[in-house]
Design a protein around this ligand. Structure first.
Ligand code: GRF
Length: 215
């Protein structure tokens, strides 16, 4: 399969972007990063991307009169960079149906919950309030409904007695930094096929159970 030409879209800290960049630059993912783009001029991740020698671009959403206008400019920026695949990494903008149709099955996202549980914001608070014993993160293809789309990979972490939002978020984030490169690597090596609303992943694995509390 042809080498992916990636754009990574961020809005803030960019720690997942950095995990993807590190894996690509180490050669463990066969992909070329063409662009790191932020809709927030102040995004901390931009300086990390520039320091890693990557092309960066800011597209402030406030400069555009409508979501359609912003998405048209975003589409142009991606094409100008000759990107053919997009990773959303903490990109805090809802995308229009037209834009998503153009990038269908060529755009993935990471969300800090075990989808379809807890889509949207405040995932960790809601997970703690619900009393779930496993939290985690999901990498999925992007569809119109927020945090929905064919699931490529998930990682689970325990919710421990005494956890608060911050401690759970930190445990999930460490799992995100492992999961996102793993999922992108599967896509880049042609081992993921989208079949309707499911992603079929070709891998060899074990069939053990995750238990929390442990036995
Ligand atoms: C991550 O928790 C990601 O799952 C969510 O937004 C956060 C972004 O963090 N979509 P970072 O910018 O990658 O550090």
């Amino acid at each position: 399969m042809a080498r992916l030409k990636l754009a990574i879209l961020i809005s803030g800290r960019g720690s997942n972007m950095r995990a993807l960049v590190a894996a690509c630059q180490a050669g463990s993912i066969d992909a070329e990063i063409r662009l790191v783009l932020s809709n927030q001029p102040q995004a901390e991740g931009l300086s990390h991307a520039a320091a890693a020698g990557l092309a960066t671009r800011v597209l402030p959403h406030r400069d555009f009169a409508s979501r359609d206008d912003f998405d048209a400019a975003l589409d142009r920026a991606l094409r100008e960079a000759e990107a053919d695949f997009v990773c959303l990494a903490g990109f805090m903008r809802l995308l229009t149906a037209g834009f998503l149709a153009r990038w269908r099955d060529r755009m993935i996202n990471i969300h800090p919950s075990l989808l379809p549980a807890f889509p949207g914001l405040d995932t960790h608070r809601r997970a703690i309030e619900a009393g779930v014993k496993l939290a985690g993160c999901t990498v999925h293809y992007v569809r119109f409904e927020t945090d929905s789309g064919p699931i490529i990979a998930q990682a689970a972490v325990p919710v421990l007695p005494g956890d608060d939002e911050a401690s759970l978020a930190a445990r999930v984030l460490a799992a995100e930094h492992r999961l996102y490169p793993l999922a992108l690597g599967l896509v880049a090596s042609g081992r993921v096929k989208v079949d309707g609303e499911r992603a079929l992943v070709d891998f060899e694995g074990h069939a053990g159970a995750l238990l929390n509390p442990p036995d």
